[in-house]
Design a protein around this ligand. Structure first.
Ligand code: ADP
Ligand code: UVW
Ligand code: MG
Length: 403
């Protein structure tokens, strides 16, 4: 079965085409700047040269049409016809309380995802555009939705409730949902496999540190707490998101600066984090370059980012009364040697002992970076959200076909 995996953002669309017979990736790519004056489609067929194409792509529907024509292209294509795509899997950030697992797309699922627009205004509308675009271009192909929030549905009330009037939960479902669940689940299972230990016996802290970043406490294979909240704004300091802050700052700043709700949302989601403190970039590579050059603001941004991540790790060790395994994943977690080093150097109180040489190795494979006598196993595990989405899609569509 060939499955197209789609991760739609508000102005971007990432895709991967899988052959599920051997779980190989036939092609992958990215459409950026959808709706802007010049959009860029970057397409990488397996074993062939990467190609880029600049054009005007105003909507997701057009973006998918371009992707499909690239996948079937004479020179850069990997399939003879669109008919070869037997299912589409979509990443959806918010599944609320309704979705505890992945699901087939039908009218009820779409209505629920739409109902959740309010809770994830930056993410769910983009996912819905991706679903609509795929339906329009491939009307008879089954579609599956895989939710970032699903893995965190095991959190107990004491983790997911906010200490605000209960009526807000009853009426509006205001609570912690978390995100990046597909990744936290994948890397926690991969960690247990790597260590050859039953996941039921492990206390694992998974750090998904990408553009968006979150930490999860995984006890016995289940998410028991996570740093992102009702929306992906809470928790760690991120590329452009503030993470935790005193909620009183919001009305105070709105009042002083005469900001609207959407302006303050935009400030906290798009103009904060590393970008705001460094004044230069939201990209960790540029932050560390600035730090190497002795730039004070880049150095401060890095220090805040590292410190806040370390505090979350400490608090989740307390939440589980211990930690056996610490996992780093996603763009920054997999690649930033210096971030891991700075975090781990000050977790010696937990029994963490870093092996600096192992930490400096660059590899795309799961690996251990702690010393043999470290009380906590520290691993770097490349995440693969797309593969999980492809597998869930395959399982759900296969089961539906058998009915
Ligand atoms: N070699 C590297 N060193 C440090 N940071 C890196 C490196 N490569 C990528 N990154 C960081 O990874 C981030 C993107 O992570 P990723 O998981 O791809 O994010 P997302 O999926 O949220 O777009 C970038 O912002 C960049 O700062
Ligand atoms: C939920 C979220 O933060 O996603 P991303 O890391 O892709 O921005
Ligand atoms: Mg990501």
């Amino acid at each position: 079965m060939k499955i197209l995996v789609i991760n739609a953002g508000s102005s971007s669309l990432k895709y991967q085409l899988y052959n599920m017979n051997d779980e190989s990736v036939l092609a992958k790519g990215l459409v950026e700047r959808i709706g802007m004056d010049s959009s860029i489609l970057t397409h990488k067929p397996a074993g062939k040269q990467e190609v880029s194409e600049v054009s005007e792509i105003l909507e997701h529907i057009t973006a998918i049409r371009k992707v499909l024509s690239m996948l079937t292209h004479e020179e850069h294509g990997v399939i003879a016809s669109i008919e070869e795509i037997q299912a589409v899997g979509h990443r959806v950030v918010h599944g609320g309380e309704a979705f505890k697992a992945s699901a087939l797309v039908d009218d009820a699922a779409k209505a629920e995802i739409r109902r959740l627009f309010d809770l994830a205004p930056l993410h769910n509308p983009a996912s819905m555009m991706g679903i609509k675009a795929a339906e329009t271009n491939m009307p008879n192909v089954p579609q599956v939705v895989v939710f970032d929030t699903a893995f965190h549905q095991t959190m107990p009330e004491k983790s997911y409730l906010y200490a605000i009037p209960r009526v807000l939960y009853n009426k509006y479902k205001v609570r912690r949902y978390g995100a990046h669940g597909t990744s936290h689940e994948y890397v926690s299972q991969a960690a247990a496999t790597f260590l050859d230990k039953p996941i039921e016996e492990l206390k694992i802290i998974t750090c998904h540190i990408g553009n968006g970043a979150s930490v999860t406490a995984v006890q016995g294979g289940q998410s028991v707490d996570t740093s992102m909240g009702m929306t992906p704004l809470e928790g760690l300091m991120m590329g452009t998101r503030s993470g935790d802050l005193d909620p009183a700052i919001v009305p105070y700043v709105m009042n002083k600066e005469e900001l609207s709700v959407s302006e303050v949302n935009s400030m906290l989601n798009k103009h904060s984090g590393l970008l705001a403190i460094s004044g230069v970039s939201s990209d960790m590579r540029e932050i560390t370059e600035g730090m190497d050059k002795g730039e004070a603001n880049a150095t401060l941004a890095f220090e805040m980012y590292e410190y806040r991540l370390r505090k979350y790790i400490g608090s989740y060790a307390a939440a589980m009364n211990g930690v056996d395994v610490l996992v780093f994943t996603a763009g920054v977690g997999e690649n930033s040697v210096v971030l891991r080093q700075k975090v781990l150097e000050q977790l010696t109180f937990l029994g963490v002992k870093l092996d600096a040489e192992l930490n400096a190795i660059r590899s795309g494979e799961p690996r251990r970076i702690s010393a043999p006598d470290s009380r906590v196993e520290v691993l770097v595990i490349p995440t693969n959200e797309e593969l999980v989405i492809a597998r869930d899609t395959h399982n759900i569509v296969t089961a539906a076909n058998q009915q």
